[in-house]
Structures are given as C-alpha cells and as structure tokens.
Ligand binder design. Structure first.
Ligand code: GAR
Length: 220
C-alpha cells in the first residue's frame, strides 16, 4: 500500500478524529483522510475536518426509514472514496450485517472499555459500579458481533478511588488518542491485518491484544 485511503465516520466531538488528523499531518500515518462522514449534522468533529481541509459530509440517519436504507446510502458515499480503511471514531450507530460484511477486515472501531468487558454504552459508569481496578479502551476490527471483533490493542489505566464517570472518561480518552492512531498507522504501513477473525501484526497472529500501559507497549 503506498498511501492508505482512510475514511472516518463520526457522530460527535471528533477528538479521536483529531488525533488521527494530527498523526497524518505529523507523518506518523502514511495515509490520507479522504473523507469524514457524520450521521449527525451537529457533530463538532465536522468543524475539525473542515479546518484541516478534509472533505466532510453529513448523512442524517433520521432522514431514512430504516437501518438498512441508511446503511446502503452510507456505503455508497463511503465507496466513492475507495477506502483501504474505514475508521469508526465515535460513530454511535449499530451497523447492519450487509454493511459490516462489505467492509470486512478493513473497518476498525475504538471502544471505551477493556473488551470483552463492558460492551455497549455507559462503560465508565459500569466499570465503577462493578468495582474494577483497571479500565481502558480497545481498538478492534468490526465483525457482526457488537463490540466483539478481534482486538488489536488496548490501553490500560488504573481506576482511582475518587474517580467519577467523567474523570474516568477523560483519562480513557487521552489513551484512545494514542492507541487509535497507532493502530491506523500499523494498518496503513501494511503491518496489521485481520484474517479469519484473527489479528495479524508483523506477520504473526496475535494471541492477545497489544497492551499500552505506563507509556509503553507490551506484546504478549
Ligand atoms: C469516544 O470516547 C469513543 O470511545 C466512544 O465515543 C467517544 C467519541 O468521542 N465510542 C463508543 O462508545 C463506541 N461504542 P470523540 O467524538 O471525541 O472521538
């Protein structure tokens, strides 16, 4: 792959999008963000994309009668850019099987928990309620199982006694902004791929995700 074509889907603030933009602009990711697409017209991330001269558009899911028709229209928009990689950076939609199959092995998501723990929403609150000592975030390839695809990398932080969902969210997000660009970088460099539900990094199948903790990477 010479320069990877990347399309990013967002629904909100776009802080993860910003982290990817920064990594592309710094030369860390050998790729180009061809487009940013939001399902919400008010997503702040659209402004971030525009400021950096990236093409962006809105496809409002509320204007479609059902999930399938929205996903079909979204696929048409995305495929216009012929992406090598589709990144879900805070894209808060459940995707249809057709959509997921179409981007099989070339779609990544950032999720705010240490998967397989705490799939779904409100992860920070649920971690506190469960009394877990550690929390974090995961980058995974997307499969039909919601938040269940093979995990590439996880960032781990310790939960503090006085943490609230908000303080945890803020610390986890700082980690998201490190591991998501890193996974995108590896993919764009041709070092990372997904095959038969297995993550392959530098030619070797990962038996466990790469861990980012205390400012260093741990391969197990
Ligand atoms: C991120 O924290 C991401 O982990 C989460 O949405 C946030 C988007 O923030 N994604 C999910 O919960 C996916 N299930 P951002 O718009 O500032 O990148």
């Amino acid at each position: 792959m010479s320069k990877a074509n990347i399309v990013v889907l967002i629904s909100g603030a776009g802080s993860n999008l910003q982290a990817i933009i920064n990594a592309v602009e710094a030369g860390q990711i050998p790729g180009e963000i061809r487009a940013v697409i939001s399902n919400r017209p008010d997503a702040k991330g659209l402004i971030k994309a525009t400021v950096h001269g990236i093409e962006c558009s809105v496809l409002n899911h509320k204007q479609f009668p059902d999930r399938e028709s929205f996903d079909q229209a979204l696929m048409t928009d995305i495929d216009h850019y012929q992406p090598d990689l589709l990144v879900l950076a805070g894209f808060m939609r459940i995707l249809s099987d057709d959509f997921i199959d179409h981007y099989q092995n070339r779609m990544m998501n950032i999720h705010p928990s240490l998967l397989p723990h705490f799939r779904g929403l409100h992860t920070h609150q649920r971690v506190l309620e469960a009394g877990h000592a550690q929390h974090g975030c995961s980058v995974h390839f997307v499969t039909r199982e919601l938040d269940g695809g093979p995990v590439v990398i996880q960032a781990v932080i310790d939960v503090q006694e006085d943490d609230t969902p908000e303080t945890l969210a803020a610390r986890v997000q700082q980690q998201e902004h490190i591991i998501l660009p890193l996974a995108v970088q590896w993919y764009a460099e041709g070092r990372l791929r997904c095959e038969n539900d297995c993550v392959i990094l530098d030619g070797k199948p990962l038996t466990r995700p790469v861990i980012w903790k205390n400012q260093s990477l741990h391969y197990q």
